[in-house]
Design a protein around this ligand. Sequence first.
Ligand SMILES: [Zn+2]
Ligand SMILES: [Zn+2]
Length: 101
Amino acid sequence: MASSICVSCHRPAVAHCYTCHKPVCKNCAVKSGEGSFCSSACAENYAKFNARYKGEGRSSFLLKLVKLTLLLAILAGAGVFVAAKVLQIPYFVELLKKLGF
Ligand SMILES: [Zn+2]
Ligand SMILES: [Zn+2]
Protein backbone atom coordinates (compact mmCIF):
# COMPACT_ATOMS: atom_id res chain seq x y z
CA MET A 1 0.00 0.00 0.00
CA ALA A 2 1.44 3.34 -1.07
CA SER A 3 -0.12 5.16 1.84
CA SER A 4 1.75 3.12 4.44
CA ILE A 5 5.27 3.87 3.15
CA CYS A 6 7.28 6.56 4.94
CA VAL A 7 7.47 9.79 2.88
CA SER A 8 11.11 10.38 3.89
CA CYS A 9 12.89 7.03 3.64
CA HIS A 10 10.30 4.71 2.01
CA ARG A 11 10.36 2.18 4.83
CA PRO A 12 7.06 0.85 6.16
CA ALA A 13 5.26 3.64 8.02
CA VAL A 14 4.03 3.15 11.57
CA ALA A 15 2.13 6.41 11.99
CA HIS A 16 0.57 9.31 10.14
CA CYS A 17 1.51 12.94 10.69
CA TYR A 18 -1.18 14.56 12.85
CA THR A 19 -0.97 17.75 10.81
CA CYS A 20 -0.62 16.77 7.14
CA HIS A 21 -1.49 13.03 7.44
CA LYS A 22 1.61 11.88 5.55
CA PRO A 23 2.76 8.39 6.56
CA VAL A 24 5.99 8.28 8.57
CA CYS A 25 8.14 5.43 9.91
CA LYS A 26 9.48 4.98 13.43
CA ASN A 27 12.85 6.56 12.53
CA CYS A 28 11.52 9.66 10.78
CA ALA A 29 8.53 10.45 12.96
CA VAL A 30 8.90 13.54 15.12
CA LYS A 31 7.37 12.72 18.48
CA SER A 32 5.86 15.30 20.75
CA GLY A 33 3.46 15.25 23.67
CA GLU A 34 0.63 15.64 21.16
CA GLY A 35 1.49 12.74 18.83
CA SER A 36 3.61 11.83 15.79
CA PHE A 37 4.54 14.22 13.01
CA CYS A 38 6.48 14.04 9.73
CA SER A 39 8.57 17.11 10.65
CA SER A 40 9.16 19.52 13.50
CA ALA A 41 7.36 22.17 11.43
CA CYS A 42 4.22 20.03 11.44
CA ALA A 43 4.60 19.45 15.20
CA GLU A 44 4.82 23.22 15.75
CA ASN A 45 1.83 23.88 13.51
CA TYR A 46 -0.23 21.35 15.41
CA ALA A 47 0.75 22.87 18.77
CA LYS A 48 -0.10 26.36 17.49
CA PHE A 49 -3.44 25.21 16.12
CA ASN A 50 -4.25 23.46 19.40
CA ALA A 51 -3.32 26.49 21.48
CA ARG A 52 -5.49 28.75 19.34
CA TYR A 53 -8.37 26.30 19.43
CA LYS A 54 -8.26 25.98 23.22
CA GLY A 55 -7.48 29.63 23.99
CA GLU A 56 -9.47 31.78 21.61
CA GLY A 57 -11.98 29.27 20.37
CA ARG A 58 -15.10 30.11 18.45
CA SER A 59 -17.29 29.94 21.57
CA SER A 60 -15.31 32.56 23.47
CA PHE A 61 -15.32 34.79 20.37
CA LEU A 62 -19.13 34.53 20.23
CA LEU A 63 -19.31 35.25 23.94
CA LYS A 64 -17.25 38.41 23.43
CA LEU A 65 -19.53 39.43 20.57
CA VAL A 66 -22.65 38.91 22.69
CA LYS A 67 -21.16 40.88 25.58
CA LEU A 68 -20.15 43.69 23.23
CA THR A 69 -23.65 43.80 21.69
CA LEU A 70 -25.25 43.91 25.15
CA LEU A 71 -22.88 46.66 26.24
CA LEU A 72 -23.67 48.70 23.11
CA ALA A 73 -27.42 48.24 23.65
CA ILE A 74 -27.11 49.40 27.26
CA LEU A 75 -24.95 52.37 26.23
CA ALA A 76 -27.41 53.33 23.47
CA GLY A 77 -30.32 53.11 25.91
CA ALA A 78 -28.48 55.16 28.52
CA GLY A 79 -27.47 57.66 25.84
CA VAL A 80 -31.08 58.21 24.74
CA PHE A 81 -32.18 58.54 28.37
CA VAL A 82 -29.47 61.11 29.17
CA ALA A 83 -30.20 63.03 25.96
CA ALA A 84 -33.89 63.30 26.88
CA LYS A 85 -33.79 63.77 30.67
CA VAL A 86 -30.54 65.65 31.17
CA LEU A 87 -29.88 67.47 27.90
CA GLN A 88 -33.61 67.86 27.08
CA ILE A 89 -32.98 67.29 23.36
CA PRO A 90 -36.51 67.43 21.81
CA TYR A 91 -35.99 64.49 19.45
CA PHE A 92 -35.01 62.18 22.32
CA VAL A 93 -37.74 63.53 24.62
CA GLU A 94 -40.26 62.57 21.92
CA LEU A 95 -38.56 59.23 21.44
CA LEU A 96 -38.85 58.42 25.16
CA LYS A 97 -42.52 59.52 25.19
CA LYS A 98 -43.20 57.19 22.25
CA LEU A 99 -41.49 54.36 24.14
CA GLY A 100 -43.65 55.09 27.19
CA PHE A 101 -41.18 56.73 29.57
ZN1 LIG B 1 3.31 16.60 8.45
ZN1 LIG C 1 11.15 7.10 7.48
